[in-house]
Design a protein around this ligand. Structure first.
Ligand SMILES: [Mg+2]
Length: 236
């Protein structure tokens, strides 16, 4: 069996408008300046406490920054936005077709690893009619934030698929680092919130410009995984 684990925000769905609006409300509620959009998008994928700490430039805990309050405000704002239908989280072009095609492969299981909560990711999957497509859904509720490998390790444990048959597909450096830490391959997508150059520098095994390239990229990775690794050129 093969396991393809997808990130959610920035990979399957474009949630940037919802995320930035909720961030803005959280900062404004605390009388704090709202970081620029580019900075806000750079932390998408982390758990909320890690995201707010990163945005404040904090490396540890115990500093005088209202992380808990910001997280609570963000969650409330995000839930209200979702209810209001003012902001949608559209699927990226080709996402549904790619999931449909992979779902027809009898040797392939699909999974999710996201910084969203279980409630949040199940809501967005349900809205797009994708509930039930994923054999495993790992979230920030159940494991440490990316880039800790916990979510990928849990997905492999739940499905019984070994690292050599598992691939993580994501849009950020956190996804690539998580995959590396878990000993699985990583496919980067160029349509999300981190630039392709950053994903390449983090060591992706393949980089996609469009969802239509996913099936071929996976086939190449499986071939590479099943054949002996070539000796490094310097030793030939
Ligand atoms: Mg992402």
């Amino acid at each position: 069996m093969k396991l393809i684990i997808f990130d959610c925000d920035g990979t399957l769905v474009d949630s940037q408008h919802m995320i930035c609006a909720a961030m803005q409300q959280a900062y404004e509620a605390h009388g704090l300046p709202v970081p620029p959009t580019e900075k806000l998008l750079s932390i998408v994928g982390l758990s909320l406490p890690d995201a707010f700490r990163r945005l404040a430039g904090l490396s540890g805990s115990g500093e005088d920054h209202p992380v808990d309050g910001l997280v609570t405000c963000y969650k409330t704002a995000f839930a209200a936005l979702r209810q209001s239908d003012r902001h949608l989280e559209p699927l990226y072009p080709g996402a549904r077709a790619a999931l449909d095609a992979l779902g027809r492969r009898p040797d392939t299981l699909l999974g999710i690893a996201t910084g969203k909560s279980q409630r949040g990711v199940r809501a967005v999957l349900g809205r797009h009619g994708l509930s039930g497509r994923f054999a495993t859904i790992q979230t920030a509720d159940d494991a440490p934030s990316k880039p800790h490998p916990g979510m990928v390790l849990a997905a492999m444990r739940q499905t019984g698929v070994p690292p050599c048959d598992t691939v993580m597909v994501g849009d950020t450096v956190y996804d690539v680092e998580m995959a590396r830490a878990a000993g699985v391959r990583a496919i980067g997508v160029g349509w999300g919130y981190h630039p392709p150059e950053a994903l390449a520098a983090a060591g992706v095994d393949a980089l996609l410009g469009d969802f239509s390239e996913l099936a071929a990229a996976l086939d190449r990775l499986w071939v590479a995984a099943s054949s002996p690794q070539p000796m490094a050129a310097t030793y030939l």
